[in-house]
Design a binder for this molecule. Structure first.
Ligand SMILES: O=C(O)CCC(=O)C(=O)O
Ligand SMILES: [Fe+2]
Length: 188
């Protein structure tokens, strides 16, 4: 599958561990205040996100269905910039395997915020198809159709993908202070 370009700032030495480092101002200004105002991360381990993934998707690029997993406090805040996409949500069957067809499609508008939490975080997978155009955009097929800010861009039922940048904010549960992280690395 054609996938996005990813910028990961302050990734940790172990996969599920974050090296404690401040996020750059362009990822925190305005946005983190807004999250506070909306009480999004009030109950999370650090009371605020400590990690942000920046993904850039060209038309035709997507991301394989996956779960965000237990390394994070179970809330994901995704800001979409520049263009829309359609996020496919998949349920797991009794064996814990992903069902073939998505159960919901979520239309993420440019400048929108999507929060994934609760059973949506724990019991479903999400992915973005590697399409150049989204089709069947209408109330019967898009779960959040009634919540859209500007339906006019999607009213003919199709929308060409354009370059989209997403900011995915999460609270990584395990954080290594930089001092102990350096000790850890020098032991190798
Ligand atoms: O770009 C998106 O909106 C999805 C990204 C995502 O699922 C992730 O980073 O875990
Ligand atoms: Fe994800």
């Amino acid at each position: 599958m054609a996938t996005s370009n990813v910028l990961e700032l302050a990734a940790g030495p172990a996969k599920d561990k974050l090296i404690d480092a401040p996020m750059p101002a362009f990822l925190t200004k305005i946005i983190l205040d807004k999250f506070k105002e909306l009480h999004i991360f009030d109950d999370s381990a650090h009371g605020a996100p400590n990690h942000c993934l920046v993904n850039e998707y060209q038309p035709g690029q997507g991301i394989m269905p996956h779960e965000d997993g237990p390394a994070y406090f179970p809330i994901t805040a995704t800001i979409s910039l520049a263009a829309h996409t359609v996020l496919n949500i998949y349920k797991k069957n009794e064996q814990g395997e992903r069902e073939a067809a998505p159960i919901w499609r979520i239309l993420q508008e440019p400048r929108s915020l999507l929060l994934t939490t609760g059973s949506m975080y724990k019991d479903t997978l999400h992915g973005i198809s590697d399409l150049e155009q989204d089709t069947d955009l209408q109330s019967g097929s898009i779960a959040n159709w009634q919540l859209l800010g500007d339906k006019s861009s999607f009213e003919n039922g199709t929308a060409d993908r354009q370059t989209r940048v997403s900011l995915t904010y999460r609270d990584v549960l395990k954080v290594a202070k930089i001092g102990s992280a350096l000790k850890f690395m020098s032991k190798k």
